[in-house]
Design a protein around this ligand. Structure first.
Ligand SMILES: *Cc1c(COP(=O)(O)O)cnc(C)c1O
Length: 524
C-alpha cells in the first residue's frame, strides 16, 4: 500500500489523548479514524470501470484537465471506514439518552418496516397525484389524528422541524394581524417566558417581533400577574410551552388564553413537549391558537444529528386561512393537492414553507406509531413518561437538588446547589457521566436555574435501565460531595478524546481538508 501512517505524528496535537498512548492511537477496540483523503492509495479502486471510449469532445473546452482527486481505496477499506464512523455516533439504540427537552425515545422497528414498503420508499414527489393516492391518504389520516389529539380544527403538515413549525405559526399570526389591522400591524411585541426554548425568541425575532420576557414565579411557572401587566395594544402574541422547559405543567393556561385574547393577541403554544400530555390533554381545550408538534419527539421518528424531523402545526379557526400551501383535499374521487394560489379559494396562505409536501418518511413512521399504540396506548405513553421522570427525581432528590418542589411532568430539573463547595461544576459532572457510559443530560438549560441538569428518561426506559442510571448518578453525587474532585475535573478519562476546545470548534470550525503540502503553505 502506498499509504503509510506517520507514527511519529502525535494524534490530535493539543488535545490530550486518553489512557495510554498506543502505536496507532487505538484504544482497546476503539479505533482511530483517518479521513478518506488521508487513507488515499493513489490508483487503488474498489470498482472496475470500463475504459472510456474515444468520443468527440462536446463540452466546448470545459473538460476537466487535471485529476479529479478522489482518494483511492479498496472496498474493504471503505466499508470499514464508514462502519467505524457509524460507531462513533452515540445513539438511542446504544444506551440511555437522558437529554431533557429532546424526547429521545426508542424508535419501534415496526415504523422502519412500514416506511420501507416499496409504495412509500419508492415515491417521487413529482409523480402524478393519481398514482400517489395512498400517500396522500396517509398524510391526511396523520393530519386527522393530530387534529383529534390536539383538539384543533386545522393543520399545516409541511414544516420540517419544531423551529420550522414555530416559523409557520408566527408567520400565520403575523399575517392574521396584518389582515385584521388593514396592512402592517403595529403589534410588534411577543411575550415569551424566561424558561422558553431558545427557538421561541429566535422565531419571534425572525418574524420581525420584539421579544419581551415574562418572569417565572417561585414555582417555575408563568407569573400570571406579571404576564397580565405586560399586555397592551402592541402585543401580538404569547409563546408558551406546556409542560414548560422546567418539566412543569402550566396550570394557568385557560386564564392566560383568556387574557391574551382579551388583549386581541394570539396564543402560540410550543408543543415540543407534547409527549407529557398526549392522549390526556387536548391543547385546543386550553384555548391556544396554534401549536407545532415535533413528530420526531412525541411520535418516535428517529432524530438527532441534525435531522430529519417534521413539525406539523395545528391552527385555530382564526389562523386556519393563513396556513401555508400545499394542503390535501378529498372528495368522492379521491385525494388532491392544493398547491397554487389560484386554487386556494377564500384562504390567504402565507405561501409555501418547504419544497413538495413535507417529510413523507416521518409521516409514515409517525402514523405507524399512532396506529400501533392506539388511543389507549398513546395515553399510556404520556403516563409512563411522567412516571419515569418522577421516579428518577424521587430516587435522586436526597443526593441532588431538584430545582422546584412537587412532582414534575416528563422531565426533571436539578440545579448545581448540591455541588456547592465541591469544586465540581455541572460540566465536570456531565463529563464524569461519560466515563460511566452515559450520555449526559441537557445541561445549563433552562437558564432560569443555576447549573441546570435536565433529565428526560422517556417512557421507553425500563425500570432496570432507570435503576442503573440512578445508581450511577447517586454514586457520582456522593463522590462529588465526598471531595473526590479529580474524578470530575479530569473526566472523561476513558474516551478517545477528552475535553475539546468547544469555543474554537464553534468559532473556527475546520470544514475542509487540504493535502499536507497545501496546509504547510497555508501556514506560512
Ligand atoms: C426540540 C424543541 C424545539 C425545537 O424543535 P426542533 O425540531 O429541534 O427544531 C422547540 N421547543 C422545544 C420546547 C423543544 O423541546
Amino acid at each position: 500500500m502506498a499509504h503509510s501512517r506517520d507514527l511519529s505524528r502525535p494524534r490530535q496535537a493539543g488535545s490530550p489523548v486518553a489512557a495510554r498512548d498506543t502505536v496507532l492511537g487505538h484504544q482497546g477496540l476503539r479505533l482511530e479514524e483517518d479521513l478518506l483523503f488521508e487513507l488515499d492509495s493513489p490508483g487503488l479502486s474498489g470498482v472496475d470501470l470500463p475504459n472510456v471510449p474515444a468520443v468527440e469532445a462536446r463540452l466546448g473546452g470545459l473538460e476537466r484537465r487535471s485529476e479529479i482527486g478522489l482518494p483511492g481505496l479498496s472496498e474493504p477499506e471503505i466499508v470499514r471506514h464508514y462502519t467505524r464512523l457509524s460507531q462513533k455516533n452515540y445513539a438511542i439504540d446504544m444506551g440511555t439518552y437522558p437529554l431533557g427537552s429532546c424526547t429521545m425515545k426508542h424508535n419501534p422497528r415496526l415504523n422502519e418496516k412500514v416506511v420501507r414498503l416499496p409504495g412509500f420508499a419508492g415515491l417521487h414527489p413529482l409523480q402524478p397525484v393519481e398514482t400517489a393516492q395512498g400517500a396522500l391518504e396517509l398524510i391526511d389520516a396523520t393530519a386527522q389524528w393530530l387534529k383529534t389529539l390536539t383538539g384543533m380544527p386545522a393543520i399545516a403538515m409541511s414544516p420540517a422541524a419544531g423551529a420550522h413549525g414555530e416559523l409557520c405559526g408566527m408567520m400565520a399570526i403575523r399575517a392574521a394581524l396584518d389582515a385584521r389591522d388593514g396592512g402592517e400591524t403595529p403589534r410588534r411585541r411577543v411575550l415569551v417566558p424566561e424558561s422558553a426554548h431558545g427557538t421561541n425568541p429566535a422565531t419571534a425575532a425572525a418574524c420581525g417581533f420584539t421579544v419581551d420576557p415574562i418572569p417565572a414565579n417561585d414555582d417555575g411557572r408563568v407569573d400570571v400577574a406579571a404576564f397580565a401587566a405586560k399586555l397592551g395594544d402592541d402585543v401580538a402574541a404569547v409563546m408558551l410551552t406546556n409542560p414548560n422547559t422546567c418539566g412543569l405543567f402550566e396550570p394557568d393556561m385557560i386564564e392566560i388564553a383568556r387574557l391574551i385574547h382579551q388583549a386581541d393577541g394570539y396564543f402560540y403554544c410550543d408543543g415540543a413537549n407534547f409527549n407529557a400530555i398526549v392522549g390526556r390533554v387536548r391543547p385546543g381545550d386550553l384555548g391556544i391558537d396554534c401549536m407545532h408538534i415535533n413528530l420526531h419527539k412525541t411520535f418516535s421518528t428517529p432524530h438527532g444529528g441534525g435531522g430529519p424531523g417534521a413539525g406539523p402545526v395545528v391552527l385555530s379557526e382564526a389562523l386556519a386561512p393563513f396556513a401555508p400551501r400545499p394542503w390535501i383535499v378529498h372528495d368522492g374521487d379521491g385525494f388532491a393537492l392544493v398547491e397554487n394560489d389560484a386554487d386556494t379559494g377564500d384562504a390567504t396562505p402565507i405561501g409555501r414553507l418547504k419544497g413538495f409536501h413535507g417529510q413523507m418518511g416521518m409521516f409514515v413512521r409517525a402514523f405507524a406509531y399512532m396506529l400501533s399504540h392506539g388511543k389507549d396506548g398513546l395515553s399510556q405513553v404520556s403516563g409512563d413518561a411522567v412516571l419515569n421522570a418522577n421516579y428518577v427525581m424521587a430516587r435522586l432528590q436526597d443526593v441532588m437538588t431538584p430545582s422546584f418542589e412537587g412532582p414534575c411532568m416528563h422531565e426533571c430539573l436539578f440545579d448545581d446547589r448540591f455541588l456547592d463547595g465541591s469544586g465540581v461544576t455541572t460540566l465536570d459532572f456531565s463529563k464524569a457521566m461519560i466515563d460511566e457510559g452515559y450520555h449526559p443530560m441537557t445541561m445549563y438549560f433552562p437558564l432560569v436555574v443555576h447549573g441546570a441538569m435536565l433529565i428526560e428518561p422517556t417512557e421507553t426506559e425500563s425500570k432496570r435501565g432507570l435503576d442503573d442510571f440512578i445508581a450511577v448518578m447517586r454514586r457520582l453525587a456522593e463522590s462529588a460531595r465526598a471531595g473526590e474532585q479529580a474524578r470530575f475535573t479530569g473526566a472523561p478519562e476513558f474516551t478517545p478524546r477528552r475535553r475539546l476546545d468547544e469555543t474554537m470548534a464553534a468559532r473556527k470550525p475546520v470544514l475542509r481538508w487540504f493535502p499536507a503540502a497545501e496546509t504547510a503553505e497555508a501556514a506560512e
